[in-house]
Design a protein around this ligand. Structure first.
Ligand code: F6R
Length: 252
C-alpha cells in the first residue's frame, strides 16, 4: 500500500522525514536503515544531524546499507556516494564504522563485489526502513529503466537521462561515471517500510507511475505498488502536478 503525505515545503518534508526516522530508531535502536544519496535527502540528513545534536536520536546501534555507488570512484572522491554520506551524515552522528555498509565501487571482480553485498544484506537484513529518492526516469537506487528488473545487487549502465541529471555534480557530463553498483529491486522490496522522498517537479511523471495500477519495468519505481508499506513524502509544488489526489493531507 502506498500512502502519500504532502508537506508545505522541502524543509518541512525533510524535518518530518527525520522525525519519522528518529521515532523508528527510538522504537528499535538497532534499526537497519537503507540510505539514499543525491539532492533529495540532503535536508533529511541535515535534520537528522540536528536531532542528534539535540540528543533526540542515537545512532550507536543503527546499521546502514547504502543503495548504490558509482563504479570506479574511490571512497575519497568528492562525488563518490561514500564521501557524500561521510560528509552529510556519518561524520556528524555517533554511528559506528563497522555498522556502515556500502557496495564496493572500486571492484576488480564485479561478481564478487555484488555477491559480497548480497551476503551482507542477507546476514543483516531485511532492511527495516529504506529511504528512497526517485530518478526523473523512475529509477530507484540505480535500477534503471529496462525490459526487466534485477532482484539482486548488480552492476548497471547508467541511463543517458541519469548521466545528464547527475552531471550537475561534476564539472561536465563526460566526468559522470557510466557504470554503478546498485542494490537490486529484491532487497528494496524486502524492506519492511519504504520512505520515498520527492521535492522536485522533474519527478512528477515518475511519481504518477506509483499510482497507475500498472507495473512497468521501464519505470522501475512502479514495482513499489506491490509493497505493503510505502510512505511517499512530497512537497506541495510536486503534489500540484500529481494525477493522484490523496484523501489525507499532511501539512505540518
Ligand atoms: C542515490 C539513488 C538515486 C537517487 C535519484 C534521485 O543513492 O539511489 O536513485 O535517489 O537519482 O536523485 P536526486 O535526489 O539527486 O534527484
Amino acid at each position: 500500500m502506498i500512502q502519500l503525505a504532502i508537506f508545505e515545503d522541502y524543509q518541512t518534508l525533510s524535518r518530518q522525514a527525520a522525525i519519522y526516522i528518529a521515532d523508528r530508531i527510538k522504537q528499535k535502536p538497532n534499526t537497519i536503515l537503507g540510505l539514499a544519496t543525491g539532492s533529495t535527502p540532503l535536508g533529511l540528513y541535515e535534520e537528522l544531524v540536528s536531532l542528534h545534536k539535540a540528543k533526540k536520536v542515537n545512532f550507536s546501534e543503527v546499521v546502514t546499507f547504502n543503495l548504490d555507488e558509482y563504479a570506479s570512484l574511490p571512497k575519497e572522491h568528492p562525488q563518490s556516494y561514500y564521501y557524500f554520506m561521510q560528509q552529510h551524515l556519518f561524520s556528524k552522528v555517533n554511528i559506528q564504522l563497522h555498522n556502515i555498509h556500502f557496495p564496493e565501487g572500486m571492484f576488480h571482480d564485479a561478481n564478487h563485489a555484488c555477491q559480497l553485498y548480497e551476503q551482507q544484506l542477507l546476514e543483516n537484513g531485511p532492511i527495516d526502513l529504506q529511504i528512497l529518492g526517485i530518478g526523473s526516469n523512475g529509477h530507484i537506487g540505480f535500477n534503471e529503466p529496462a525490459d526487466r528488473m534485477t532482484l539482486q545487487t548488480h552492476i548497471t549502465d547508467l541511463a543517458d537521462r541519469t548521466i545528464v541529471d547527475n552531471a550537475r555534480f561534476f564539472n561536465d557530463e563526460t566526468e559522470v561515471p557510466r557504470k554503478a553498483i546498485t542494490m537490486g529491486i529484491g532487497s528494496i522490496m524486502k524492506a519492511k517500510t519504504i520512505l520515498l522522498l520527492a521535492n522536485n517537479e522533474t519527478k512528477t511523471a515518475a511519481l504518477n507511475a506509483l499510482f497507475s495500477g500498472v507495473i512497468d519495468p521501464n519505470i522501475p519505481a512502479s514495482i513499489l505498488q506491490l509493497h505493503e508499506n510505502v510512505l511517499v513524502f512530497v512537497n506541495s509544488d510536486v503534489a500540484k502536478h500529481l494525477k493522484y489526489r490523496p484523501t489525507a493531507l499532511m501539512n505540518k
